[in-house]
Design a protein around this ligand. Structure first.
Ligand SMILES: NC(=O)c1ccc[n+]([C@@H]2O[C@H](COP(=O)([O-])OP(=O)(O)OC[C@H]3O[C@@H](n4cnc5c(N)ncnc54)[C@H](O)[C@@H]3O)[C@@H](O)[C@H]2O)c1
Length: 257
């Protein structure tokens, strides 16, 4: 396991799903972790399970003021944030021409503007420290296309451009910025998506069936790679767009009979 001993990691969307698993993994690796989410009850309960090295703060990633408040709360409890995982996200399943503009805007605000605001919020302390590591969570769906997911795939594709540009701007200051694209992983978000749209459920099940590694991912399989990217073992890795997806985007494999 990579060593995150001296790290203070803020993980957005850390109350449940993959984010909660990431938080657990970071604490196990020695980090102090700030779980930041809009889900106050679940966030507090996840943090309290992890003990004194975890703190919950309320954060709406789409609000710049909320970021200012969360970073200040983290700083006064643990110190300056050294590492950020922009994991919070929402999904929207609808045909493009039936996607209401307000819902499109909401997905962009959380999934893409939220990542921009997160980077903007942590960079001043990282510049002072001349070090830092940021991991932005995209999606395999943003590296290809997915029927009925135009808003979601657009935000996840946008994360690539943001990540590469931030990596170029801040590499000279000792700050690394990478993007990690999970494949299909069983979480509350995936369940909601599958329950809300039968066509998309079929598409996702087919994706898994014809993947090189023909099963869904486990949350821990994503957390392990993020821990590596945050750690000093990844000191020469920046600007990558890394799928951790069981081969989702490779093309179809024939399943074993
Ligand atoms: N589950 C998958 O198959 C899958 C695949 C690829 C990528 N992803 C991405 O992984 C990340 C985690 O997804 P998950 O499956 O664990 O979903 P999830 O719904 O279980 O967790 C997402 C978390 O983000 C939080 N969140 C939502 N809006 C927020 C806001 N405005 N401010 C702060 N927090 C907010 C939610 O409250 C929740 O705790 C997301 O970015 C998602 O797009 C998921």
């Amino acid at each position: 396991m990579p060593n995150l001993d001296s790290k203070i990691v803020l993980v957005t969307g850390g109350a449940r799903g993959m984010g909660a698993c990431h938080a657990r993994n970071f604490v196990d690796a020695g980090a102090r972790v700030v779980i930041a989410d809009v889900l106050d009850d679940e966030g507090r309960s996840t943090a309290s399970e992890l003990g004194e090295n975890a703190l919950f703060v309320h954060l709406d990633v789409s609000s710049e003021q909320s970021w200012t408040d969360a970073i200040e709360a983290a700083r006064s409890h643990f110190g300056s944030v050294t590492s950020l995982v922009n994991n919070a996200g929402i999904e929207l399943a609808a045909p493009l021409h039936e996607t209401p503009v307000e819902q499109w805007d909401k997905v962009i605000d959380v999934n893409l503007k939220g990542v921009f605001l997160g980077i903007k919020a942590v960079i001043p302390d990282m510049l002072s420290a001349k070090s830092g590591s940021i991991v932005n969570i995209g999606s395999g769906a943003g590296l290809i296309g997915y029927e009925n997911m135009s808003a979601y795939t657009s935000t996840k594709a946008g994360i690539n451009g943001l990540t590469k540009t931030a990596a170029i701007e801040y590499g000279k200051h000792g700050i690394r910025v990478n993007a990690l694209h999970p494949g299909i992983v069983q979480t509350p978000m995936l369940k909601d998506t599958m329950d809300s749209n039968a066509d998309l459920k079929q598409i996702l099940n087919d994706s898994v069936k014809f993947q090189a590694i023909g099963r869904m991912g486990e949350t821990n399989e994503i957390s392990e790679v993020i821990s590596f990217l945050l750690s000093d073992r990844a000191s020469f890795v920046t600007g990558v767009s890394l799928p951790v997806d069981g081969g989702l985007i490779l093309g179809r494999a024939t399943p074993l009979a």
